[in-house]
Each structure stands twice: as structure tokens, then as C-alpha cells.
Design a protein around this ligand. Sequence first.
Ligand code: IPE
Ligand code: IPE
Ligand code: MG
Length: 268
Amino acid sequence: MILSGCKAGTSPLCILAHEGKTMAKLTREQIEALGLSPEHLPRHVAMIMDGNGRWAKARSLPRALGHRAGVTRLKGIIRLSSDLGIEALSLFAFSTENWKRPVEEIDTLCSLFVEFFIKEFDELHENRVRIRSLGDISKFPPRVSGLIRDAEEKTKANDGLKLNIAMNYGSRDEILRAARLAAAEPGGVTQESFERHLYTADSPELDLLIRTSGEQRLSNFLLYQASYAELIFTEDFWPDFSDERYVDVLRQYARRSRRFGGLEDTKQ
Ligand code: IPE
Ligand code: IPE
Ligand code: MG
């Protein structure tokens, strides 16, 4: 356990120990002290943040408190991604299938999204995070969609972490939409025109997809983009997915041999 006995700020190994610290880019030495190297970090990470309900159930708490704990964790994961210099982070917050849930739970999630955007916006913006939504956010009530559009607009010129929040997102919808839009162009559907219409068009190729909570499925998330992504499934419920666990997953990623259909020495 790398953090035991840490006094915040006293050693590079303690850099994850500051609860409530603000964002600050880590130096190469600090990244290496975590057992990582800038060259072997993914450029684009996606996360299926699953297990809030089971986290709450295990504590005999209402599901809403599981979602609240999940949102709290979200902040730390965004911060660490930005501090590590990861280029893009795509988070699955609400799927096209999540409308099947009870209306009270959907309301709770909407309120938590609003609270998150209001509370965290300034710090994200100051740290040059660029916020984008993936999916058709017009299905959400205006208090949610308006806030997201506003955050997108205000942060659109930022050159820091590309933070993609998937809300009312489903890959099948995204693929059909991109195909229709590309087909309506004079050149028709080509790989280039199709990919240009994906929600993730301006993020780098997806390198790593993480799903928490022990489930080993994609649940309609980034099906096309995940073609050559490394998949890592962890047992923790999302609210327990700590910074240390994230670093551990990034170490696992760095050890993977990515061949893209070629041979060992043709790594991209
Ligand atoms: C993920 O946690 C959050 C959303 C889908 C919004 P869940 O709510 O799916 O938690 P479990 O899978 O029921 O534990
Ligand atoms: C996927 O989790 C969606 C999000 C994390 C937002 P679900 O909990 O909805 O997925 P299933 O139902 O287990 O496949
Ligand atoms: Mg779930």
C-alpha cells in the first residue's frame, strides 16, 4: 500500500494522499514514483462507472447514497487523470437503457449531475478541462441539458483534459446516427466520414476501457471505439475505485503488449 504512513506532500509516493488537494500536473519524477511512465500512459481512457447501487446495498443504504458516493469519487478520478496528463477521459454516466430505471432514481441522478456541474465547474475550467457530452442530452430536463451545454460552451477552447461525459449515450444509437449523417454527405459513408460523426471524433483513439463492479460487459458503451482498446475489469464497486486502484490499472495497462494485428515489434 503505497500511501501508508504518508504525510501529504512529503514524498513523491504521497502525491495521491492529499484529500481535497487541487489539480496540479505531476512531474515525470512524480509519475515514475508511482510506478508509471509518461510514455506508457494511455492517451484516452474510458470508464464504465458501475456498482453504485451494490455499494449502497452492501451498507444497507438507499441507492441514492451510492450514487452520491459515486459522484464524489468521480471528482478524484478526473483530477488524477488531468494531473497525470491523460489527454481524454470518457465517463459513462447514464446509458440510453438507464431510462428503464424508476423515475425517482433518474431524478436523483439528474440532481446529482446538476450539483456536480455547479460545484466542480470553476475548478475544472481553471484547470483548462474541456467538457463535452456524448449522447443526446436533449432528453434530459432543461436544468440538466442547459447546464451541460453551458459548460461545453465555456470550456470549448480549453486545452487540458478532454472530459467526455456520456449521458443518454448508447453506442448503437451513436453508430446509426454517424452512419446516417455520413450517408447524407456528398462523399457518402467512408471510414473517415463515419468517424467524423462519432461523438468522440475529436478525442484520440481509445486506449483503455475500465469497468468497475465485476461485470464483464460493455453495456452499449463505445463499441466501435473499443476495437483495439485494452479492457480492464475490476471488482471494486465504483465508489471504492480509489486513486491507488486507478494507478494499479494504469500499471497493468503499461504491461500489456498491444499488437494491433501485427507482430510484437510493430507496436504503434
Ligand atoms: C452505475 O451504478 C451508475 C449508473 C448506471 C447511473 P449502478 O446504479 O448501475 O449500480 P449497480 O450496478 O446497481 O450496483
Ligand atoms: C452501465 O451500467 C451504464 C453506466 C455505468 C452509466 P448498467 O448498470 O446500466 O449496466 P448493466 O445493466 O449492468 O448492463
Ligand atoms: Mg449497474
